[in-house]
Design a protein around this ligand. Structure first.
Ligand SMILES: *Cc1c(COP(=O)(O)O)cnc(C)c1O
Length: 450
């Protein structure tokens, strides 16, 4: 019998969706989403509104005094967890040489690698979901009102109250760090279920915070399933479901309005004739989905959001391209889900994000692991900033847009528009990677650059 994938022969898949051949062969691909429609039309798919993002931002504000107290590194931002935005002209030039073409417009980096508390984009969604749960519990028990000074949550009585409750999550590493550190800081009994990709230092750090770390020799979906199961029969347990969480999504979405303020501060225009491209490394889809939703709510169709995945783990691309969303995994198509980009190693995309964002996402790129390391080394040389492999993914994509004449023509991106464009690579993690491990990453990249 011929090889079948989800009840259909491979040949038929490929004849219906020709890009599948390159995707299955783990070659780098660029795909602009044929389902994409204007945000006005697609917004109802999401089922959330600007008011929901406002609500999330207000909640983070209520917690800010407490955050500043629990995490002194956030004192200087008054307890708001935010990262720098930086122009990276030297990186733009270095990559222009690497890809053999000068990029018109300007390249920026949004450095979530520098986010306080957990050093990755998960410090947005992950921490937000823990805070929301803590608030719900404390208000429900009559121990807190929204008008209170939230610093009271760190007193003995409240810590003991939270100590009766459990929080669990499945993670490839960074989400576990964010959930674990924040849960432990509030006094919760926290468990993190780690997939085989998770780096040892992330597990060590969590254990040092008193978090229970469960290790699996399997991929992320298995770790998530284990966490979900552990929590299912326990009324005092709360499971942060990265494959299906609107709460995480909203925590990420708040990033967009903060970015809008930063762009304004640097006098970067975003409007119909000054497009903004944002390149978002994508794992299960929660963080890029949430940020993209926030961005589209702020800038409408003047922002284009491109998701980037490793060639060995193009899960969200497969879900959207085939229309199967979370009913397809990369393994179904014989793709091994083995990548050095541990933050992106999710074989099956988020059900919630797939449904919500199917018509919102502008496009997808996949990138080879070697390229991630080369970019990382480039960034180290050009700016002195060190990041983890997952977070390097966005930098290659402006050149993909540049190379896609058909897409540019179809969407009104002539040379003048390209020269007025802002390209922003979302750098999603890295400041907490131990130095010796970082040195290995950079060395690998430098060998590839030679
Ligand atoms: C988790 C993660 C991502 C992707 O976020 P998802 O919500 O899984 O799509 C990107 N970069 C880093 C460093 C991450 O840890």
């Amino acid at each position: 019998m011929k090889q079948q994938i989800l009840g259909k022969p491979v040949e038929q898949w490929v004849s219906e969706l020709p890009l599948l051949q390159d995707i299955m062969d783990c070659r780098e691909v660029t795909w602009f989403n044929v389902n994409h429609v204007s945000f006005r039309e697609a917004a109802p798919d999401v089922g959330l509104t600007t008011a929901d993002i406002d609500d999330a931002a207000a909640r983070l504000k209520r917690f800010a005094p407490l955050i500043a107290e629990l995490f002194p590194e956030t004192k200087s931002t008054a307890g708001i967890i935010e990262s720098p935005l930086m122009a990276v002209p030297d990186q733009q030039e270095a990559l222009g040489k690497r890809y053999g073409q000068r990029l018109p417009g300007r390249l920026w980096a949004k450095l979530d690698s520098e986010l306080p508390i957990s050093g990755s984009i998960k410090a947005r969604g992950g921490i937000y979901e823990v805070l929301k749960h803590a608030e719900d519990l404390a208000i429900g028990a009559g121990l807190l009102s929204q008008k209170d000074d939230y610093r009271k949550l760190s007193n003995e009585k409240l810590r003991k109250f939270f100590g009766d409750y459990r929080i669990a999550v499945g993670s490839t590493g960074n989400l576990g760090l964010s959930i674990g550190i924040m849960s432990a800081a509030l006094g919760f009994d926290a468990s993190v279920h780690m997939s085989a990709d998770a780096r040892q230092w992330k597990k060590d750090k969590l254990r040092a915070h008193g978090v229970h770390v469960h290790e699996y020799q399997d991929d992320y979906s298995v770790a998530v399933a284990a966490g979900r199961k552990e929590s299912a029969n326990d009324p005092k347990a709360y499971f942060v479901d990265d494959e299906n969480s609107p709460t995480l999504f909203l925590g990420y979405a708040v990033a967009a309005r903060r970015l809008a303020g930063q762009l304004q501060a640097y006098d970067v225009k975003v409007d119909e004739s000054n497009p903004l491209f944002v390149y978002l490394p994508c794992g299960v889809g929660g963080s890029p989905g949430g940020v993209a939703f926030g961005l589209k709510s702020m800038f409408g169709d003047n922002v284009r959001c491109i998701f980037v995945e490793p060639t060995h783990c193009p899960s969200m691309l497969l879900g959207v391209y085939t229309g199967l969303n979370d009913r397809v995994s990369v393994q179904d198509f014989g793709i091994d889900n083995v990548t050095a980009a541990d933050g992106l190693a999710c074989g099956r995309p988020s059900q919630f994000v797939g449904k919500a964002m199917r018509r919102v996402i502008d496009g997808f790129c996949t990138i080879a692991d070697d390229e991630l390391f080369s970019i990382e080394a480039n960034l180290h040389d050009s700016t002195g900033i060190d990041i983890e492999p997952s977070s390097a993914a966005g930098f290659a994509c402006p050149w993909r847009v540049l190379a896609s004449a058909r897409y540019r023509e179809a969407t009104g991106l002539d040379d003048a528009a390209m020269s007025r464009s802002t390209h922003l690579a979302w750098v999603t993690g890295g400041s907490m990677v131990p130095r010796d491990e970082m040195a290995v990453y950079i060395a690998r990249g430098k060998r590839l650059l030679r």
